[in-house]
Structure formats: C-alpha cells, structure tokens
Design a protein around this ligand. Structure first.
Ligand code: ADE
Length: 234
C-alpha cells in the first residue's frame, strides 16, 4: 500500500510514523508512507495556503488551488487512489472504516487547518471525509497519523502472527459471532504485585473457564465504559 499525507505540518506526522510497527511495516515493504508539505504546491512568493472566507466571519479558509495541484500530481500514476480529508465535519473514523481502507492500494490523506477547507475541494477531490472524534484539533495532521496507524496495522503481515487483530476490542462481529465488546483486563507476572493478586482463574490452566471468565469481563467493562456498544436495552 502507498499512503501520501498532505499537510502544512509534515514534521508532525513523521516522528510517530517512523517508530515501532509503522517503521517496521515500511522497512518490510508492506507500505510506503510520505508526508508532503502542501505549500510545495503553491505558486506565489508567500506560499499562501489560506484566505479570508467569502461572506465574512472569523478565521481563514484553506485555498483550493494547492489541494487540486497536489491531488493531480499524487494521482498521476494511480488515478483510482482514494482521497480522504481529515476534518471534524467528517464521518466518524471507526474500526470498520479502518478495515475498508486497509484494502486500498493508494490513500491520499488531505489535512485541513484553520476554519476549514474550500468546499470545492470536498466536492471535486474527496472520496471520504473523516473525523477521529467529536473534538476539534488545531489541524488534521495528528488525526491523519491516527488513521494511518489504525489502517496499516490491519495490512496482512504487519502485525506478528502472535495475535489476530480480530481478537481485540472492536473486532468484526461477523468474525467473532457477537457485537463489538471492549477487551477485558489482562495480567502478566508477577502473580502477586504488592499484595494485588492476579485472578486465580487465570492461573488455573482451565482454558474453557478462562474463556468464559474473559467474556464476562469483556461484557462488564463494555457495560461500564461504553454502554452504547451494547445498545440501550442491555
Ligand atoms: N481536524 C481537526 N479536528 C479533527 C478531528 N476531530 N478529526 C479529524 N480531523 C480534524
């Protein structure tokens, strides 16, 4: 997979995407990720990417021209690349969206800033507007990193074989046979840490009982932290 991020803050993306699993995925050739400076597609002396909003109002709006030039360039060799815009006005980014995007060959992720992006960018260039949650960040670069991380780890071979991404919180209900549950608590050595014991069932070696206990814990945690995932009647 190829991923191009277009932002006025490419350095905000580079650190997080060049560590750990994201770094190894690139080294292994599973994905190539580039963060581009939107200003490289400006043509004026000041490299201006924003302007005042038509109709008045506070803040600035990002100009269409640099985005159009960037997408035209980045799509040159792959006209069917999927174009995503990071914006708090977008559809909520959730695990099924990540799963869908992990099947794409080429993602171009555009990051907004200021009060928004000229709407002609959305109309003409963007396939999918995504928000990572109901809060407003200063710009879309960190949101793009969140999306890239969640998508890249789902590319086959990126995570080790030790664990299937489908076993964890937000696993696909069609795979697990039940609705999405949060993962229950996990423990590792020591069995007694400053008087706090690991639940004895986990030391019992009874795998059927352990699986049952884990399921109950998952339901409890979901009910406490995310009752919305269980529906209002549960
Ligand atoms: N840009 C600013 N806030 C954002 C959010 N919540 N999601 C995606 N992009 C954003």
């Amino acid at each position: 997979m190829k991923i191009d991020i277009v932002t006025i803050f490419p350095d905000m993306c580079l650190g997080p995407l060049n560590e750990s699993i994201m770094k190894r995925a690139q080294e292994a050739g599973k994905v190539s990720i580039a963060a581009h400076d939107l200003r490289d597609w400006t043509t004026d002396r000041h490299r201006q990417v924003d302007d005042e909003p038509y109709g008045g109002g506070p803040g600035m709006v990002m100009k269409p021209e640099p985005f159009f030039a960037a997408v035209r360039d980045l799509k040159r060799d792959s006209p069917r690349a999927k174009v995503v815009l990071m914006t708090p006005q977008g559809q909520r980014f959730e695990q099924p969206v990540a799963r869908g995007l992990s099947n794409e060959e080429h993602l171009i992720i555009l990051c907004g800033h200021y009060e928004g992006v000229d709407h002609r960018v959305v109309e003409a260039l963007v396939d999918l507007e995504l928000s990572i949650g109901d809060y407003v960040l200063t710009n879309g670069a960190i949101a793009a990193v969140v999306v890239v991380d969640a998508v890249v780890r789902l590319i086959p071979g990126v995570l080790g074989d030790a664990r299937s991404p489908e076993e964890e919180s937000f696993a696909d209900p069609e795979v697990t046979g039940h609705g999405p549950l949060l993962e229950g608590p996990q423990f590792t050595r020591p069995a007694d840490f400053e008087g706090r014991q690991v639940p004895p069932i986990l030391l019992s070696g009874n795998h059927a009982k352990i699986a049952e206990w884990r399921h109950e814990q998952a339901v409890d945690r979901t009910r406490t932290n995310r009752p919305d995932l269980l529906g209002s009647d549960k």
